[in-house]
Design a protein around this ligand. Structure first.
Ligand code: PEP
Ligand code: MN
Length: 359
């Protein structure tokens, strides 16, 4: 496949990349690829050849032999191929095998040495690379991996949101932390941004709502794991779907557009947005007034050797605001998050006043 053609495919919206978590056997790769092709919904076939597993002992991928199965799958279906690479040797092998799109996995993005090692091999090579978020909640690391790849010369680069490791229970295998993904999207606003619902959810049941949410946040596509016989998969069995189920999930998604469809709606929207802008201005002005009062209080606290924080006062403020928020239909979670941010800034301002710091 020429570099031109793969770039055109990557521009499809929504872009759908699908295939097994891992290439397991020649039959499994070919059968899955064939069934995915039949759906007519998949743009690129994915498969893990080298699997970075958190603990040893589980299936770590078939290795290079899987590349030849993928080549066969491409010959059979015409689907371009995407493979994860984590070090120089894997990158060289994938390039030699003519893999069309490479991706950097979450456990690799976390390590600048590994990212740089892959980048060094890709220097001057025009192959598209997609970069997953690091396992930990660190936008800078994600950005760093993106920048390392950018320095390797002209190539299509994309980003994949696959969620973040977390301690404790949530319904997700990897917490989506949408705000971090959106911050990355804001910083790289022109870069294709796709969702990997499989590794966020860890099970089939949450896939659809997670894709819907991403699409409503104007993501450009989906990388979703599929398998001809998911329950028998050698890795990530619970989150993989059959090609039929993939179609079913995609059919349920409402693919909304970013722009208002008519001029009238656009004008109406402008009216609402003008009002929102005014309210935002008022919020900022109120915040500034609040901070001035906070600084005044800081002077009295300083003169009288009183601590910045009085826990009981903070608790009283939050209780009152949560109750008021609830009466006005605002969730406790939101009120706490919002006022936590205000409170932290207030403490910082008083700290500057009381300890004579310059920001
Ligand atoms: C994968 O895509 O199969 C994979 C290992 O994903 P991640 O890097 O997101 O864990
Ligand atoms: Mn997987």
């Amino acid at each position: 496949m020429s570099a031109e053609t793969i770039k055109q495919i990557l521009e499809k919206r929504p872009l759908i990349i699908s295939g097994p978590c891992s290439a397991e056997t020649r039959e499994q790769v070919l059968d899955t690829a064939e069934a995915l092709k039949q759906t007519g919904r998949v743009d690129i076939l994915r498969a893990g050849i080298w699997k970075p597993r958190t603990r040893p002992g589980s299936f770590e991928g078939v290795g290079s032999v899987g590349l030849s199965w993928l080549q066969e799958a491409k010959a059979l279906t015409g689907l371009p191929l995407a493979v994860e690479v984590a070090n120089a040797r894997q990158t060289e092998e994938a390039l030699k095998a003519g893999i069309d799109v490479l991706w950097i996995g979450a456990r690799t993005t976390v390590n600048p040495f590994s990212v740089q090692e892959v980048a060094d091999v890709l220097y001057g090579v025009d192959v598209p690379v997609y970069i997953k978020n690091p396992v930990n909640a660190d936008v800078e690391l994600w950005l760093g991996a993106y920048e390392r790849m950018q320095k390797t010369g002209d190539k299509a680069i994309g980003l994949i949101h696959r969620g973040f490791s977390h301690y404790g229970n949530t319904v997700y295998r990897n917490a989506p932390m949408w705000h971090l993904a959106l911050e990355m999207k804001r910083r790289c606003s022109d870069v294709p941004f796709i969702i990997d619902p499989s590794h966020i959810c860890g099970n089939r049941h949450l896939l659809q709502e997670t894709i819907q949410k991403a699409m409503d946040l104007r993501y450009d596509g989906v990388m979703i794991e599929s398998h001809i016989n998911p329950d028998a998969a050698w890795s990530d069995a619970r989150q993989q779907v059959t090609p039929d189920n993939l179609v079913h999930i995609l059919d349920q998604i409402i693919w909304r557009q970013e722009e208002m469809p008519t001029e009238e709606l656009h004008t109406l929207m402008q009216k609402y947005r003008t009002q929102i802008n005014q309210l935002d201005n008022e919020i900022i002005e109120l915040l500034a007034s609040r901070m001035q009062l906070v600084q005044e209080i800081g002077k009295y606290k300083k003169e009288n050797d009183v601590t910045i924080l009085q826990v009981s006062r903070w608790k009283e403020i939050l209780d009152r605001l949560c109750a008021k928020g609830a009466a006005l239909g605002l969730s406790e979670e939101f009120i706490i998050q919002y006022f936590d941010a205000i409170h932290l800034e207030s403490i910082k301002q008083q700290d500057m006043v009381m300890n004579q710091k310059k920001d």
